[in-house]
Design a binder for this molecule. Structure first.
Ligand SMILES: Cc1cc2nc3c(=O)[nH]c(=O)nc-3n(C[C@H](O)[C@H](O)[C@H](O)COP(=O)(O)O)c2cc1C
Length: 159
């Protein structure tokens, strides 16, 4: 089973989970998507929250992601303003070559994941992507092997 893990991370929590899970499930590809927005350092937090709350998209790198070679697609995002980030919203829009593969979403948060899982599922379903599972992980639990095992099991069960 060829697994592709695509994630956004600013302070490392989501990257940490993505890297662990990639090792555990032998992912073929691990791709970090970067935000190309130039934020003002003083208003960055508010601006990110506002874009996330409005479910906006932003310029990302890479601008296009070919998922045709993979059997399972995993997307990881921080939670911003109770939703997945604009970067992951943009990454969903940037996926090319979808052939019906199951999609899994995971989210790292500071204790208030809000509607992250539902919002992610809605964005995927708007593109006719099949969501096979979602999981929200508190940032305090990113070192907890139980969380890694649970996410790996979700990915393996989907494939
Ligand atoms: C702009 C911004 C908004 C955030 N909003 C929320 C939120 O609504 N709920 C929550 O639980 N955590 C929130 N957080 C905390 C992050 O979701 C959490 O620290 C996450 O693990 C960061 O992931 P990263 O290290 O991969 O960037 C927010 C952080 C930032 C920077």
């Amino acid at each position: 089973m060829k697994i592709c893990i695509i994630y956004h991370s600013e302070t490392g929590n989501t990257r940490h989970v993505a890297q662990h899970v990639a090792l555990e499930c032998g992912a073929e590809r691990l791709l970090e998507v970067l935000d190309r927005t130039e934020y003002n350092r003083f208003t960055k937090f508010i601006s990110r929250c506002s874009k996330s709350r409005g479910e906006e998209t932003v310029p990302i790198s890479p601008a296009s992601i070919d998922i045709a070679p993979y059997d399972t697609i995993v997307l990881g995002s921080p939670v911003w303003a109770f939703k997945p980030t604009p970067v992951i919203h943009s990454a969903i829009a940037a996926l090319k070559g979808y052939t019906g593969q199951p999609v899994i979403g995971f989210f790292t948060h500071g204790g208030m994941p809000g509607t992250s899982e539902e919002t992610f599922t809605r964005w995927c379903e708007q593109r006719w992507f099949k969501v096979a599972g979602t999981m929200a992980i508190n940032a305090k639990g990113i070192e907890d092997e139980k969380n890694t095992r649970e996410l790996v099991a979700l990915i393996k069960a989907a494939g």
